[in-house]
Design a protein around this ligand. Structure first.
Ligand code: HEM
Ligand SMILES: *[C@@H]1O[C@H](CO)[C@@H](O)[C@H](O)[C@H]1NC(C)=O
Ligand SMILES: *[C@@H]1O[C@H](CO)[C@@H](O)[C@H](O)[C@H]1NC(C)=O
Ligand SMILES: *[C@@H]1O[C@H](CO)[C@@H](O)[C@H](O)[C@H]1NC(C)=O
Ligand SMILES: *[C@@H]1O[C@H](CO)[C@@H](O)[C@H](O)[C@H]1NC(C)=O
Length: 299
């Protein structure tokens, strides 16, 4: 999202949000990180890693293309029905659950309200409303097939998730397997090229590329690239028992800090995409659709 702010003019976003964000970023610089095990605030669901009971969505419930928001509904942090949620509540709950900075948590729901032609202060929405195509939801996501192949964007595509997570090449000092910027770039670059080749209704814009990178970048920041956690979060849309945001700064992940990860992912993806396109042109790679796993495509 931050990249969006810099590259596309979004009229309602005024400078105040950046100023605010800038101050939060400064405060973070001079503050101690929260202790491990104390990131989620006391009194909020998930304090000390105890998340409320996870329940699968019922057929009548509303879900969307965002795994992080679906997970909140599956745990009852927001209404389990996924319906009639206020933008203000969403702001507060993503702040406490994921430790994004207050500036960011204000910006995204404001953006969503505007996209839906609703009032941030007065109106409510259903999660499914967020799936408005080319609003925030867009083609070539990590966890969903394109709208052309999958009209219900709340339905995830398991092979994409496995493909991405199986490609993780990093390790932390405790031996956890980590997803890296390069892993995401390789996956996303292939996915972009493949979607363009096979989806007759494929649309792409700078705006959505950058939004996509923001989503991708949450995997590395909020979720710390931890593959064991991401398997649960992306496949089941569930927060693992004991999980907390990997961002321990007391004022949360600011737009300014997030921006750096977003740009790194976007740059990497473009490079991979350009390399693949070149190879493809030279006849080196054949881009085909595999019925089950379109990703086999651009390999
Ligand atoms: C009000 C806040 C939010 C809104 C309105 C929102 C909306 C969305 C939407 C519409 C998508 C689908 C985009 C696509 O087509 O690929 C999405 C994807 C995603 N979002 Fe969110 N989101 C929000 C907050 C968050 C937070 C707090 C996190 C992380 C902690 C997050 C992580 C993700 C991830 C990982 C994806 C998957 C990207 C993909 O499949 O390519 N989102 N979000
Ligand atoms: C939705 O929530 C509002 C309060 O935010 C409430 O007044 C309204 O009755 C609810 N609507 C439904 C259909 O539950
Ligand atoms: C493709 O796009 C056209 C024009 O927007 C639309 O009429 C058509 O239904 C779409 N087809 C599919 C399968 O998504
Ligand atoms: C994000 O980074 C770019 C490039 O470094 C910079 O031009 C832009 O001002 C940054 N935006 C924010 C909101 O920090
Ligand atoms: C994020 O991931 C999706 C799906 O793999 C990809 O299409 C998109 O281009 C990615 N964005 C970046 C910048 O990596």
């Amino acid at each position: 999202m931050p990249g969006v702010l810099t590259k596309i003019s979004v009229p309602f976003v005024d400078l105040s949000i950046f100023t605010w964000d800038f101050f939060l970023a400064l405060l973070n610089l001079f503050s101690r990180k929260r202790k491990v095990g104390h990131v989620t605030p006391e009194g909020h669901p998930g304090y000390r890693g105890h998340w409320p009971e996870w329940k699968a969505a019922r057929p009548e419930d509303s879900r969307c293309s965002c795994p992080a928001l679906n997970a909140m509904a599956n745990h009852g942090i927001i209404a389990r029905s996924g319906k009639n949620i206020s933008f203000i509540e969403m702001n507060h709950q993503i702040r406490a659950t994921y430790n994004f900075a207050a500036s960011f948590c204000s910006f995204v729901p404001h953006f969503a309200a505007r996209m839906l032609d609703k009032s941030y202060n007065k109106d409510n929405f259903d999660l499914h409303d967020l799936d408005k195509h080319n609003g925030i939801e867009h083609d070539n996501s990590i966890t969903r097939r394109d709208l052309h192949f999958q009209p219900d964007q709340w339905i995830k595509h398991q092979p994409f998730i496995d493909e991405l997570l199986d490609s993780a090449s990093g390790k932390d000092k405790d031996g956890h397997t980590l997803l890296t910027v390069e892993d995401i770039a390789k996956f996303a670059g292939r996915r972009r090229l493949q979607a363009k080749t096979h989806n007759p209704n494929y649309t792409r814009s700078l705006f959505h590329d950058v939004f996509g990178s923001s989503n991708n970048a949450t995997l590395l920041t909020i979720f710390g690239g931890r593959v064991d956690d991401l398997r649960t979060i992306l496949h089941e849309e569930r927060l693992p028992e004991g999980w907390e945001s990997r961002i321990r700064k007391p004022h949360g992940l600011t737009i300014a800090a997030f921006n750096a990860s977003v740009l790194a992912v976007e740059r990497g993806t473009r490079r991979v995409e350009a390399e693949l396109r070149k190879k493809h042109k030279e006849g080196g790679t054949k881009i085909e659709v595999d019925h089950h796993d379109e990703l086999a495509a651009a390999k």
